[in-house]
Unconditional design. Sequence first.
Length: 734
Amino acid sequence: MKKLTKLLVAGALAFAAAASADATTAKPYRVGPVQNYGALGTSGGEVISQKTNKPAMLRGVSLFWSDATGLQYYKPDVIAWAAKNLGIDVFRFAMGVQYYDSNGGTSNPMEEGYSYMTSPETYISKVDQMVQAAVENDVYIIIDWHSHRAENEITAADTFFTRMAKTYGKIPNVIFEIYNEPVNTAWSTITSYANTVAGHIRQYSDNLILVGTPSWSQLTNYGDVTATNVAYVFHFYAGTHTVGTFGSRISAAKKAGNAVFISEWGTTAADGKGSANESNTNDWLSFMETNRISNCNWSLRQYTSPVDNSEEGSAIFAGNAFLTNAEDLNNATYTASGTIVKNYLSKYKGSWADSLIAGNTSGSCHFNSTTVTETAGALTTLLKSGCSYTSSDETVASVNGSTLNILSAGYAILTANDNSQSIVVVEKEPEQIVSGLSDFTCRYGGSCTQSHSMVNYSGTSDYETLLTTSFTTVQGGALTFESLTPEILTVKLATCTNSKYCYSALNSTAVMAEFTTVLGDGKIRVTAPAVSGYRAMDDTITVTFAKGQQRIYSKFKNRTLTFGAVTEANALPDTMMAEQIPVSYTYNGAEFSPYLQKVGTTIVAGTENAIVKITATAPETDHYEAFEKSITVIVGDSAAAVNKDEYYATPIISKADVAPFRTQVQNNSLLLQVPQAGLVQWTVFSSLGKVVASNKEHMSAGSHLISLEQIPTGSYFLKVRQGTNVGSFHWNKR
């Protein structure tokens, strides 16, 4: 329904899902609607709990389009905050597919890299991250094909939802919304699309499926989708649609045995602009409550986008700043629309923990549901005297006599000897941070990734690499280090004495790893005890010792030669730069070329127009990987080359001389050395963990300098990620 302008941004989409994130193995850290209802389904005109077969009603929010503005809120911390503070039962992942056009057209495409069609795998990663957030917060997630022309995208949609169902089909939190808002599409076309997609979902999952209806999901038609557990979508915007005009459509659908789900509603006009119509909104809220219709408000974002300065009256938060962490969200100002939504959600925010054990609380051993933090330790006053208890999850909380030991985030039902039940919820606390500690690789010859080096730091070994000069986390926890693979590396404390490489650590004690020169993945365990507000650290980093990468002289490069020309020396060197390893050459795949010759280490051009692909190879050795790289040498005019067919039949080999991933601050700018083109995310955190600045963009291979002049003086922590490459370090701006 909303008409949006194209976002003119230079960057492209990047996702920051941790490599270890896996929604399929996640567990809830709180008690919410999912523990109570389980997977949702339908019965007649009602959305029901498949666990209890009773009607279920959800209240929540829709995220904004997954573009440069909306994606800022597609974060686990935002969902955790919304579940705890707004009391949402559900959130909607409004996955932009390809076009914004609200008329179903193709004139307003999403920026390349921000749509599913241009970045499918990055969206798969983001979905996994957000399903995990839903599981951990025990709320529902609607995976929404946010399109106005899905019937034209049926192959992509079918592939996507089949994959989603196969991966997440047994996770009760997941709801599939297979079509956002059809426009002028015939109902027969929509049902044909829905039957195809829903049919494949049903091969793997019985979870609730939502189907959009004609005229921007105005419920002009419904029924005829053959899959079970299907609800039909209605959308309203109170400034455009009234209960008096549209409420009867919902009532008629339900009366005819078709469940209805309002997956998107707003307080403003249908374009999302203007002011909130409070009177009409209140009519709709009463209607939804009376008829127990699950619903999601559009949308969880701020009023003004700093990306293109567009305004969204239906936004929940005021201002123009992205609010992506708990501190900012706690201090947020609400729009008029947001105030209505906040009050509505808060009004119905109840205790899901109490609901879960309802009917099992009679008995003197019962105590009220209790929430504690991960670092609460031993609780000696919670359990009732003279009672014994059994914990449903001893990894979360275990009972030892009259003491309840808090062990990890989650929840545990404590069943007493009088059969009464009580619940303890253990809230997850944030992790401690250690500057510069992340996986990295060092190679024979001294080069390392992630801004590390392998040199003689302490004067005792050429195979040392500096881990950190900090002995505490940023939050103050005392660090300990242990090598889990002493055959590959050891960990030691040593004084940094190398004036060339120690920099500010010169003559200071540092934590170092020393390689034994055995190739392989070294594992270092890093631990720190819990400190106030932060849980204990127990992480393992991988430090790999690998063979070196051979290098060839820089004169081996693409070039154009005139007839009979002779290059400088080392255009075709006889050996590699390391260990004098011999180099072999082929010319368009052959041992020799009639169009040029290798004379010594020079190239002598022939007298015919030609294109020659020269491939250099060197064998693997005990210390170095094999080498292979191709260049193209043009003799005369390439357009008139007599051997074009021969040249184009030969593959180009470009594996060689790939610069490592490096990050550092240089003159108040972030210097990034990117080994290959791809999506890069960088974030600057304050010493308190608040996001000060961040960006995600597509970068070409090479060096990039990003100004940080706008950041005020202070102490910061920087983190940069490209794929599996991660760099992090402290920065004191003066």
